[in-house]
Ligand binder design. Structure first.
Ligand code: ZN
Ligand code: ZN
Length: 120
């Protein structure tokens, strides 16, 4: 006898499978989780852009914010947005910058951002 099909694949859930091996409750939960991950927007596409930029990155290219060279091998580099089109207004990341510069960009503009050597 094959082992019982038609039971929810969620461990410990005794309910009959309704859709894609899950009971109605767990199928709905699963879809919601997938949905919200995508809807957050800052997930897959942003990661994809960042990866693309990293692939194109030439080691030592200066950071647009602090002017210090960027090394993807030893530093954490983030994908940054042009100042006039922030992510909140639909702008897409189109360049790399130090993670430290990217995250402090709200306040500091130029000058004091020389602490980019993030020793992660
Ligand atoms: Zn279930
Ligand atoms: Zn920088």
């Amino acid at each position: 006898m094959p082992r019982a099909l038609g039971v929810c694949c969620q461990p410990g859930c005794p309910h009959p499978a309704h859709s894609r091996g899950r009971c109605h409750t767990h199928a709905t939960l699963h879809d919601q989780q997938r949905g919200t991950r995508h809807q957050r927007g800052y997930g897959t596409e942003h990661d994809h852009i960042r990866q693309h930029l990293l692939n194109q990155h030439t080691e030592g290219t200066p950071c647009i914010r602090c002017g210090q060279p960027m090394y993807k091998a030893t530093q954490h580099l983030d994908a940054g947005h042009p100042d006039h089109t922030p992510a909140s207004r639909g702008g897409k990341a189109n360049r790399l910058e130090h993670a430290t510069c990217n995250r402090s960009s709200a306040g500091a503009k130029t000058g004091e951002a020389t602490e980019c050597l993030d020793s992660e």
